[in-house]
Design a protein around this ligand. Sequence first.
Ligand SMILES: Cc1cc2nc3c(=O)[nH]c(=O)nc-3n(C[C@H](O)[C@H](O)[C@H](O)COP(=O)(O)O)c2cc1C
Length: 301
Amino acid sequence: MDNEFKLMAAPLQGLTEAAWRSVHFRLFGEEQGDVEYFTPFIRVEKGEVRKRDMRDYTSDLNAGMRLTPQIIFRDAEEWRMLVDALAEAGSTRIDMNMGCPFTPQVRKGRGAGMLAHPDMVEEIAKAMEGYADSIDFSVKMRLGVNDASESLSLVDILNSMKMRHITVHPRTATQQYKGELQLDAMDGFTSRLKHPVVFNGEVSSPSDIEKLTSRYDGVMVGRGLLRRPTLFAEYRSGGELTAEERNEAFLSLIGRTASVLEQRLCGATQLKDKMKPYWEYAPETLDRKTVKLGRKNGILQ
Ligand SMILES: Cc1cc2nc3c(=O)[nH]c(=O)nc-3n(C[C@H](O)[C@H](O)[C@H](O)COP(=O)(O)O)c2cc1C
C-alpha cells in the first residue's frame, strides 16, 4: 500500500484557490507531480452554477497540475447541474462534498447536511450510475452531523457507488474544525467500506504522514499544508527541513501568491484582503513582528 500512498492538498475556500495552488505546485510539487489538488467547493447559486467557482477550476493557472473539482449540492438536481457543467468543461474526476459543517449549508442539506439524509444520498447514487463511464467520482465526508454513528447508516449506499476513494475527516459537523478526532468511530466506519480510504485531519508533520501509510490509501492535508507548504516534499525526501527553511518556504509561497493575485485583482485593498487569511497559518517559529504586520496588511512588507 505504501508505494501507492496518495498525497492530496485539501480544498479550503478562500485559500487553496488557483493562485495559491499554482505557486505551491511550481515551488514544491511540479517535479514530482504526485500531489492531487482539489478546488474549494463549486456550488449552485440562484439557480446557476456559480461562475466565480467555475473560473477557479478553468483558470490557466491550473496548467500542468493534477486538479480535481469539488462540488457541493442539496439534491440530485443541483448535483446534475454541477456535474454536467464540469463534464462540459472537460473534467473526468469530481469530488463530492458531504462534510462541510457551515450551518447555513448544513441546514439546506448541503455538505455534512447530506449525512443526515440517506434517502438523498441514495438518489445521488442513482444519478451517478448515468455517469459511471465518463466521470471518476470521490467523496469527502465527516462521520455525521451530531453523532459519529450517522455514517454507519450510509455504508451500504456508499459501497453501492462506483468511486475512486472516500476521504474521511473523523469529526462530526458539530465539532467544526476543533475537538478530538474520533478515530475509533472512523475505524468502525471505514472497516465496513469497500473503497480506498483517504485520511484527513490535523496532519502537520512528515511523521504524522508516516503513521498513516500502513492503514490508509492516502492522506489529504489542509491547514497543515498552509502552515508547512513543504510538508509533502519533506515526507518524500525522508528528511525534515529546519524551522528557518520552512519559514522561508512559507514566506516565499505567500509572496509569490500575492504577485500572481496582484496581476488579477483590482487594486491594493482587494489584494490585502485576499492575502490576510494566509497569515493565520504562519508557522509558530516565524518572527512575530513579521506575522503581526502580515495579519494587518496581508502582504509582505
Ligand atoms: C477556511 C476553510 C475552508 C474550507 N473549505 C472547504 C471546501 O471548500 N471544501 C471541503 O471539502 N472542505 C473545506 N474545508 C475543510 C478542509 O478541506 C479539511 O477537511 C479540514 O480543514 C480538516 O483538515 P486539516 O486538519 O488537514 O485542515 C475548509 C476548511 C477551512 C478551515
